[in-house]
Design a protein around this ligand. Structure first.
Ligand code: SF4
Length: 68
């Protein structure tokens, strides 16, 4: 398991639409207090999950997700 959480970052541009957490629930979760998406602390950055995270990043309407 690769736990380099800095691979995936959600920045403040997030408007809380929830799309990324729907597409890649293994990587993103919505914070009910801030109403923004966050990278799960226990996220498993397997190839499969990173591919989903990339799909979520592409679907993000404000480009708030950065993946290295
Ligand atoms: S898709 Fe983008 S705007 Fe929507 S919750 Fe995820 S990071 Fe935020």
């Amino acid at each position: 398991m690769n736990n380099d959480s800095k691979k995936v970052v959600v920045n403040d541009a997030c408007i809380g639409c929830g799309i990324c957490a729907t597409i890649a629930s293994e990587v993103f979760e919505m914070n009910s207090e801030t109403n923004k998406s966050e990278v799960r602390k226990d996220a498993d950055f397997s190839e499969e999950n990173l591919a989903k995270a990339k799909a979520g990043a592409e679907a993000c309407p404000v480009g708030a997700i950065k993946i290295e």
